[in-house]
Design a protein around this ligand. Structure first.
Ligand code: URA
Length: 479
């Protein structure tokens, strides 16, 4: 029997070296006893040398699978990986055989590790500790289900490269000091200081929480309870869940009185061959049947910027005003930071009725389809006719579709300017609700990109307006 001890640190490299040697010596899986050394982080601990290194080549699919599964907590993982490796030259097409139970088991383990890594990137919460004027320092405590700290540390090094941090876990501590990652032993639940950023997390979470959209099961699947104890915002969850139903009902009860008046007022200003309440009487597509009311755009008649979203959401449908719900609030905040004045813009949607599917007491947003978007461009055109904006900001695929006739590849086209048939420039960006849906670990970066798009749109508008006022002075003045 050959005994191989794999150390905690660099377990992937250790397994690779050991497996290569065993394979070269033709040692079958049943003759190998795999051990895992959870006792420390001794960099010089390594697998017992059982045989000379070999040169076996293995499919990339196996290498990738192995690179993830070695971090699983199953004590059998090394034996399973080696058994599969052993079979590879003997079983044609093994890596693509979905019916192979050994491979299926390893794939499930791979998925579990990936998921755990994702949770770590989303749920690690740093607290500031003894920072110096030169460099800020942070510490976090996290309890992963698998041995993922080493494989996940580079993510945090990239994301928080401008500070020193440590992430303590029960099996390993990752340090990032002066730009270098190193590892030490694990700890059990270290005391961490309270931190002001915890309040920020709570405020942010309470603000993005939409009671009308609450799905407790889906939320708990995304943010399993085992992580709650280390998440500052989790203390709010039970209260928010308990209040959600009454808050959603209150929103619904409070709603339908104002809007028809508003709609009439706005419609009265449309130079359209329609009656003032034509928008509310619109039956150009079936969406009018279930919506509370049509939601017209709003803003000054001489607005230079027109902002176009997708369609009213749940709260907009009840309030009769565009962008008043969570996506609208997020938009307002980022627009202010970017120097884009929503108050001076005309804000509207490509589709004027809320499209949803009822689920229990809730109404679940559904994207409008092409025919609904096309039916509604009649109203968007009427608004464009009236406002004659110098620039249109299209947020998301539906607005892009309505304005340019092509709603594909938002991510590729974002930040660019396209032109409408009449020459009006259309600045393309993502929809703010995208920022509410993206995984936590990319939200900050995506929010920053959106902010930059809005700042670029504001700058472009300024340049257009300045150009219209007269050619700008460039170069040196003639003597
Ligand atoms: N999303 C939109 O596209 N428009 C709104 O008015 C609200 C949410």
């Amino acid at each position: 029997m050959h005994t191989v001890a794999i150390p905690m640190l660099h377990a992937d490299a250790a397994f690779r070296a050991a497996a290569r040697g065993l394979l070269a010596a033709q040692i079958p899986p049943e003759d190998v006893l795999w051990q895992f050394d959870t006792g420390g982080t001794d960099l010089f601990a390594g697998p017992a040398a059982t045989a000379a290194p070999g040169n076996a080549t293995v499919p990339r699919a196996y290498v990738e699978l192995m690179g993830t599964v070695v971090w699983h907590c199953d004590p059998e993982r090394f034996a399973r990986l080696y058994a599969l490796l052993w079979r590879l030259p003997r079983t044609a097409g093994l890596m693509t055989d979905r019916g192979d139970p050994a491979l299926a088991k390893l794939r499930a383990m791979e998925k579990a590790v990936r998921r755990d890594r994702h949770k770590m990137t989303a749920f690690v919460r740093f607290r500031e500790i003894d920072s110096t004027p030169a460099r800020r320092r942070f510490a976090a405590w996290f309890e992963p289900s698998h041995y993922i700290t080493e494989m996940t540390a580079p993510f945090f090094a990239t994301r928080f490269g401008d500070m020193d941090w440590i992430i303590q876990t029960p099996h390993l501590t990752a340090h990032f000091i002066d730009g270098k990652i190193s590892f030490g032993d694990g700890v059990t639940n270290p005391p961490l200081p309270d931190d002001a950023t915890e309040d920020l997390w709570r405020t942010y979470y309470a603000n993005i929480f939409n009671p009308a959209r609450l799905k407790v099961k889906a939320m708990q699947a995304e943010m399993p309870k085992k992580y709650w104890k280390n998440l500052p915002e989790a203390s709010l969850i039970p209260g928010l869940i308990a209040d959600a139903e009454s808050r959603a009902r209150a929103m619904q009860d409070a709603a339908p009185t104002l809007p028809p008046l508003r709609t009439d007022r706005v419609m009265a200003t449309l130079p359209h061959p329609a009656t003032p309440d034509a928008l509310n009487a619109c039956t150009r597509c079936p969406l009018y049947r279930d919506a509370t009311q049509a939601v017209p755009g709003e803003g000054p008649n001489d607005a230079r910027l027109m902002i176009v979203g997708e369609q009213p959401g749940d709260l907009e449908d009840l309030a009769g005003r565009p962008f008043v719900g969570p996506a609208g609030q997020l938009f307002d905040r980022i627009a202010t930071e970017a120097g884009l004045d929503r108050g001076a813009a005309y804000v509207t949607n490509a589709v004027k009725h809320f499209k949803f599917t009822p689920r229990g007491k809730r109404r679940i947003h559904q994207r409008p389809d092409r025919s609904e978007i096309e039916a509604c461009t009649w109203w968007l055109d009427a608004e464009r006719d009236r406002i004659k904006p110098k620039l249109i900001l299209a947020m998301g695929a539906t607005a892009m579709q309505a304005l340019t006739g092509d709603g594909k590849a938002v991510m590729k086209r974002r930040g660019t300017v396209e032109s409408m048939g009449d020459g009006t420039p259309v600045f393309i960006t993502v929809h703010p609700s995208y920022l509410l849906r993206v995984p936590d670990h990319i939200r900050a970066a995506e929010t920053e990109s959106f902010r930059q798009d809005l700042a670029a749109a504001a700058a472009l508008l300024e340049a257009i307006v300045a150009d219209e006022k007269g050619p700008r002075q460039t170069g040196t003045a003639p003597s």
